[in-house]
Design a protein around this ligand. Structure first.
Ligand SMILES: Nc1ncnc2c1ncn2[C@@H]1O[C@H](COP(=O)(O)OP(=O)(O)OP(=O)(O)O)[C@@H](O)[C@H]1O
Ligand SMILES: [Mg+2]
Length: 159
């Protein structure tokens, strides 16, 4: 599996930007990793690169934040606080049907409702120190398009 070492929050945002540069309508990005791993930080770099001018904030309390004002709309979700009965209040299939980019933090609860093609990233801290800014990002693409996406990301990120 492909892994990338990231050494700062800024570099994580750059990886997000690279994901944005190589994204296509209907792409689905799943972000795994513990609290504070850097999922939202990555999405901030991604949103900025897509052209979002307002701050990309964590959707922890709203579950979904929509950024429709850009050419490739961004739907940023976080299911960490999802209660079982909230799930029906979110039209996940509706978002997935739109020609945008769906980014999901804490996707475990909704895996059964997702298509089988997506790009899953797992961010882990490698140092014991809480202050460490080092992270490992693992790429786990499902389906041809997502394998291609990873290839493009790695090529662009290196440059
Ligand atoms: N290499 C790094 N990548 C990403 N964030 C980093 C890095 N180094 C330090 N940080 C800091 O760690 C924090 C990551 O917080 P962030 O909200 O992005 O995490 P998260 O994975 O979205 O957590 P949550 O599960 O609570 O939503 C930020 O304060 C960020 O500045
Ligand atoms: Mg977050």
């Amino acid at each position: 599996m492909t892994k990338l070492e990231i050494n700062s929050a800024a570099e994580m945002q750059k990886l997000g930007a690279t994901l944005a540069q190589t994204a296509r309508p209907h792409d689905l990005l799943l972000l795994n990793g513990d609290l504070g791993a850097g999922k939202t930080t990555m999405t901030q770099g991604l949103g900025r690169e897509l052209g979002v001018r307002r701050p990309v904030k964590s959707p922890t309390f709203t579950i979904v934040r929509e950024y429709r004002e850009v050419k490739l709309p961004l739907f940023h979700m976080d299911f960490y606080r999802l209660e079982n009965d909230d799930l029906s209040s979110i039209d996940l299939a509706g978002y997935l049907a739109e020609p945008g980019l769906v980014v999901i933090e804490w996707p475990q609860l909704v895996m059964a409702d997702l298509p089988n093609e997506y790009l899953q990233l797992t961010i882990t801290r490698v140092d014991d120190s809480w202050a460490s800014t080092k992270r490992i990002v693992e790429f786990d693409p499902h389906g041809k398009r997502n394998e291609e996406w990873v290839k493009n990301v790695l090529t662009e990120f290196d440059e």
